[in-house]
Design a protein around this ligand. Structure first.
Ligand SMILES: Nc1ncnc2c1ncn2[C@@H]1O[C@H](COP(=O)(O)OP(=O)(O)OP(=O)(O)O)[C@@H](O)[C@H]1O
Ligand SMILES: [Mg+2]
Length: 333
């Protein structure tokens, strides 16, 4: 894990302590902050590291499939079950199961996972024999599980069982001092992969990286660096090479308007005021102004909703698909 900010050093300390125990861990944090990396690190530093680290994304697999993925199935349990197959909990025996996006798990599966947490026992789909496993469970979610419990989408008992040791991975904007190190790291990784010498970064470009809010966190930064290296022509990354949204952050910061709100000392400007933006002497490029406005508001909506596109779309009065289309158009995806 790359990083030297106080937040990352604190996180590494926690990982070390947690790794020495066998307790269940719940990792929370926005998308792309490094939740999976933290889970792997806990396993790697634990005495289970000779066993397997078995990840499963509970949000990406349809409900019916998820059950047989987790618990396995007996021959004949359903059409197509031609042989007995062990599930991820069995495969992880002696190691660690990483239940990613656990907030997306359906209520009936939540009950079965609760039983694994309490008794380390389950049955395969279509089976009657109880199977015992020795696994450590690490779960992660980008959702607010406490809120999900209040709303009745997540079982309270499971929440408390999971939340024995909570670990919050801070968003990149809360630990901006890690940005240069992370950039150096990804430049090294991707130039090695491309077989090219490592690129230099011009000061202004670095300033823009520092000013930007990184709603997609480390994953977004990793993608930006990869693209810069693949598309690079010279040996330096300059401001012009950066995506529009990152360049734009620099402009905002230098005018002293960096922040979550489009606020100034006089308070946030209202939508009506936009119509009275003073037209500069030499005119403007209207498409460019509109583009800036769209990017700026999309970024704010995404950071306010922790990157949850459907909620961001709501804030913007758009359909989710329209928002995704725009993000693609602006290179935000
Ligand atoms: N501190 C870090 N040092 C080096 N690489 C990192 C760090 N944090 C994250 N990464 C990298 O960023 C990418 C995203 O990390 P990861 O998949 O762990 O995030 P996540 O929180 O699980 O994201 P998501 O919610 O999107 O699944 C990965 O490629 C990971 O290797
Ligand atoms: Mg993940």
């Amino acid at each position: 894990m790359i990083g030297e900010s106080p937040q990352i050093l604190e996180l590494l300390k926690t990982i070390d302590k947690v790794a020495a125990s066998d307790s269940t861990v719940l990792i929370t944090g926005e998308s792309g902050t490094g939740k999976e990396l933290v889970a792997k690190e806990i396993h790697r530093r634990s005495k289970r590291n000779a066993g397997a680290f078995v990840p499963i994304n509970c949000g990406a697999i349809p409900k019916e499939l998820l059950e047989s993925e987790l618990f396995g199935y007996e021959k004949g349990a359903f059409t197509g079950a031609n042989r007995t197959k062990p599930g991820r909990f069995e495969l992880a025996n002696g190691g660690t199961v990483f239940l990613d996006e656990i907030g997306d798990m359906s209520p009936d599966l939540q009950v079965k996972v609760l039983r694994v947490l309490q008794e380390r026992a389950f049955e395969r789909v279509g089976g009657i024999k109880e199977i015992q496993v020795d696994v450590r469970i690490v779960a992660a979610t980008h959702r607010d599980l406490e809120e999900a419990v209040k709303e009745g989408h997540f079982r309270e008992d499971l929440y408390y069982r999971l939340n024995v040791i909570p670990i919050r991975v801070p968003p990149l904007r809360e630990r901006k001092s890690d940005i240069p190190l992370l950039i150096q790291h990804f430049i090294k990784v991707f130039s090695q992969r491309a077989g090219t010498p490592p690129m230099e970064i011009e000061e202004l470009a670095m300033e823009a990286f520092m000013a930007y809010s990184w709603p997609g966190n480390v994953r977004e930064l990793e993608n930006v660096v990869e693209r810069l290296i693949v598309l690079a022509e010279g040996n330096t990354i300059s401001l012009e090479d950066l995506p529009e949204r990152i360049k734009g952050a620099l402009g905002k910061a230098s005018k002293g308007q960096e922040g979550r709100e489009t606020g100034s000392a006089k308070g946030p400007i209202s939508i009506d005021q936009i119509a009275h933006l003073p037209l500069p002497e030499n005119g403007v490029s209207l498409p460019e102004v509109i583009r800036k406005l769209e990017i700026g508001l999309i970024n704010q909506a995404l950071s306010r909703t922790n990157g949850v596109k459907s909620k961001a779309a709501q804030l913007l009065g758009l359909k989710r698909t329209t928002l995704v289309e725009k993000m693609r158009k602006f290179g935000m995806l």
